[in-house]
Design a protein around this ligand. Structure first.
Ligand code: BGC
Ligand code: IFM
Length: 826
């Protein structure tokens, strides 16, 4: 008999943090380089991006981590996190790095400050302090690394200082596999302190990289063999040990960039060196002008923009202003420090990173595996639309252009080409509905109905463009016309749960984990998509209402009602919603099953859709979640975990119990449960669920959790796993957007609607009140919520600029206005 109760106990040796939040500076400060895993930050906001870890590891790319990779990174390497944005200091034979890695010389002092789009690594050794400040300036395609050295001793000190990056030959996939060719293609050029990486330039390409320094070098290297030594490596490069480079010019093999400065610091003296790594793309017309000879004008102009400390300081200030502006649109003061810092800062910051990266490049996503996900990017948009509505608009149109005419969609696309990825193809039957979800969110935020008239291609073919509204119509119709024997939507290759592959068993026996399974089956149905159809179908019908498409709205609602009924009957298992029906028509997520009796996803989405609210089924479903799926570290995805591989279920059962979709705590759908609890008015429970996976609230179990305590991870090992509580896959997860939607709209209750902002909180009864500053459609709302009767839900009164209003919908203010709102709960 398989137990539904914890198999592994909570692991807890000691409370351990590896840093702290500095709220005033909006930074997370790490005070040991030996974090349980590399703790990273993202630099860049538009085109040029860098990942940087707390020890200076990471890499850079322009727009697309696969196709325009500037520097190499070796994933899953041992030692870990060797490649990066490196500075070496040779101080009389003692070799060290300001960020500790790769030399790992013990530092007398070490700090890493991860801030908004910048990271500062500070190391000190034998009286020499070094600060490496990394950021990507706004509006420029480069990373700036400023090194500031200080002699804190009373004697003059002579040092050899080196920079080091290893270039990637642009296509990261090819770079890591096609060695027979790539060992012969590398080309560089050196002009004073500028090292140009121009591999590919002779073959009709128009881009190159430049790694420069703002001061004359003593020596340089561009060949890895010369800098590191053929059998050497980044831990102790031969050139650094020797105290000088050899002015090597790479011909093929591995081009690198290394600058060397032999310098003396007087007692107390401070010196800075500014390094830059830039990407240059020349206009098409220049492409064939002179093969192999690069036009350096743009690079020279870029270098001139960051030649002085004053210029770098100004660029840092511009970056700070940019973030200040972005975040100022949603600020919370609640007296609950952890909540405030997550809502006002880190959760929104992570949403911006998922906007930029989707699931492409993190320390767990290699940048070559996945580009932009259709469902992922649609959901990410829910979390960032309030910060950058115009870029959200652009994103919606890009995503919609990868849809097919029948309403289905490419599952992924490349950010550089914006074309659907045909290796992965389509067939994930939840995808179409996410397009409705994000477009409706955009409309609620902006009121910009013109987006629905925008002509958008199908499958990127502009000759077949139709207005965006037609795309949404096809999304709705796709689900509506793909129903199975129980009147529930067909699942296709999978739904939100990529690993629930109910149609995969026949064509690829033994290989069903492959994402490329067959796309359709006439029987396997998803209760999750049913919940989505009810929720987002209703949002679609509301758009029809607004456009006076009365008949279409009515027939949509008839279709939705039928699916809702099917969900309440065929989708109901007695005490919770079933998950699916497999290709043989057998239920999945039912007490009839030996394992996998209850799944989290349908409970969350169905209750959020309001299904079973009147019948008591919603209450019962959430009660079952609490009884069967809850743990101290979050709500697990299913129980009991699958202990054997199931041909009829696919990849989900390929994971050992407690990991990933097989009963891991999938952080992404935890907020669905929290949102669902607010739908039923359970503020205490909603907040308790919110806190369990919320980074700031679990900072002091960092030794168990292991990933960064300032951002969400995709997954935490579930109670069936020996490593219960250990997180993986930080940063790029739909968790960021959904937790922000949950806390901002469902819990704190500041809800954008098609007609304006509504305030309808559902909070823990212990929260006495809070203030929100919310920018909305160009106006700024200062909303003070008070909870004098310690309730969880219910609005007693609302006043706007001192005058009471009826209901909870705030009158729309004009752009530029400032509105004072007071809300009393009770
Ligand atoms: C899942 C992975 C799975 C992958 C490919 C992801 O969404 O989280 O576990 O390996 O899809 O199917
Ligand atoms: O829904 C997916 C998502 O698209 C990618 N990460 C895992 C989720 C669950 O399978």
């Amino acid at each position: 008999m398989i137990s539904a109760f914890p198999v592994y106990p909570i692991r807890r040796n000691k409370a351990m943090r590896f840093g702290h939040f500095d709220d005033a500076r909006r930074e997370y400060v790490i005070d040991t380089p030996r974090t349980p895993l590399p703790w990273i930050n993202y630099l860049g906001s538009e085109d040029f991006f860098s990942l940087v870890s707390n020890t200076g590891g990471g890499y850079s790319f322009y727009r697309d981590a696969r196709l325009r990779r500037l520097t190499r990174y070796r994933y899953n390497n041992s030692p870990l996190d060797m490649d990066g944005h490196r500075i070496y200091i040779n101080d009389g034979g003692t070799i060290w790095n300001p960020g500790w890695q790769p030399a790992k010389t013990e530092l007398d002092r070490y700090t890493c400050r991860h801030g908004l789009g910048y990271t500062i690594l500070q190391g000190e050794k034998n009286g020499i302090a070094a600060a490496q400040e990394l950021f990507v300036p706004r509006g420029d395609a480069c990373e700036i690394d400023r090194l500031t050295l200080e002699n804190k001793t009373a004697a003059p000190r002579t040092l050899d200082v080196f920079s080091y990056v290893e270039f990637c030959l642009w296509d990261a996939m090819d770079d890591s596999s096609n060695f027979q060719r790539n060992f012969s293609t590398g080309e560089v050029e050196v002009v004073e302190s500028a090292i140009y990486h121009k591999t590919e330039y002779r073959e009709r390409r128009d881009h190159y990289a430049v790694f420069w320094a703002n001061a004359p070098v003593t020596s340089f290297d561009t060949s890895r063999d010369a800098f590191c030594g053929v059998y050497g490596g980044p831990v102790a490069p031969e050139a650094v040990k020797a105290g000088h480079c050899s002015n090597s010019i790479a011909h093929g093999w591995a081009p690198v960039g290394a600058h060397h400065f032999h310098l003396t610091l007087a007692p107390g003296e401070k010196k800075s060196i500014i390094f830059g790594l830039g990407y240059i793309e020349n206009p098409v017309r220049e492409k064939f002008s002179a093969p192999g000879i690069i036009n350096k004008a743009r690079a020279e102009a870029m270098m001139a923009r960051y030649a002085t400390d004053a210029q770098v300081d100004a660029a840092r200030r511009a970056l700070a202003d940019y973030w200040q502006e972005l975040l100022s649109g949603w600020q919370l003061t609640s007296g609950e420090e952890k909540l405030d810092r997550m809502v006002s800062l880190w959760n929104q910051y992570q949403c911006m990173v998922t906007f930029n990266m989707s699931r492409s490049a993190s320390y767990y996503e290699s940048g070559i595996g996945r580009g932009m996900g259709f469902r992922d990017s649609c959901q990410d948009l829910l979390g960032f639309v309030h910060m950058i509505p115009s870029r959200a608009r652009e994103r919606i149109l890009d995503i919609a252009a990868t849809q097919f005419e029948d309403g289905s969609a490419y599952h992924q696309y490349q950010p550089l080409t914006k074309k659907g990825n045909s290796d992965v193809g389509s067939g994930f039957n939840d995808d179409p509905l996410w397009l409705i979800a994000c477009t409706a969110a955009y409309l609620r935020e902006t009121g910009d109905w013109s987006i629905l008239d925008e002509p958008v291609a199908f499958d990127n073919d502009v000759t077949r463009a139709q207005p965006l509204m037609e795309h949404l119509r096809r999304s709705f119709r796709y689900t509506h016309t793909h129903l199975g024997p129980h009147g529930l939507p067909l699942i296709g290759r999978a739904d939100w749960n990529d690993c629930l592959n109910l149609n995969c068993f026949s064509e690829h026996p033994g290989e069903s984990f492959q994402i490329t399974g067959p796309s359709e089956g006439p029987v396997a149905e998803s209760v999750f998509i049913a919940g989505m159809f009810v929720k987002y179908g209703r949002e679609y019908a509301e758009l029809c209402d607004h456009l006076h498409l009365t008949e279409e709205a009515a027939s949509a609602r008839t279709a939705i009602d039928a699916v809702e009924q099917a969900t309440l009957t065929a989708g109901w298992d007695g005490a919770w919603f079933r998950r699916a029906y497999d290709a043989f028509g057998a239920p999945v997520g039912s007490r009839e099953c030996d394992e996998g009796q209850i799944f989290i996803e349908p409970q969350g989405i169905c209750v959020m859709a309001g299904i079973g609210r009147e019948t008591g089924q919603a209450e019962a479903a959430l009660k079952s979640v609490e009884e069967r799926l809850d743990t101290p570290y979050g709500v697990v995805l299913l129980q009991p975990a699958y202990t054997t591989y199931r041909l009829n279920l696919g990849e989900i059962s390929s994971y050992p119990p407690g990991y990933k979709e097989n009963a891991g705590i999938f952080c992404h759908n935890n907020p669905w449960i929290s949102c669902a609890e607010t739908v039923l008015g359970h503020g205490d429970r909603a907040f308790a669920v919110y806190k369990k996976t919320c980074p700031a609230y679990i900072e002091d179990i960092s030794e168990i959790h292991r990933t960064e305590p300032y951002v969400y991870s995709q997954m935490v090992a579930g109670r069936d796993a020996p490593t219960f509580g250990e997180a993986k896959n930080s940063w790029l997860t739909g968790t960021a957007a959904w937790t922000f939607v949950n806390v901002s709209q469902y819990i704190l209750g500041i809800q954008p609607t098609l007609d304006g902002l509504r305030v309808d909180p559902c909070i823990p009864h212990t929260l006495a009140g809070y203030t929100v500053t919310r920018r909305y459609r160009g106006a700024v709302y200062h909303i003070r919520v008070e909870n004098p009767h310690a309730v969880q839900k219910g609005v007693q009164s609302v006043t706007v600029n001192g005058a009471p209003i009826a209901g909870t919908l705030l009158p729309l203010a004009k752009a530029g206005e400032s509105v004072e709102v007071s809300v009393i709960l009770g």
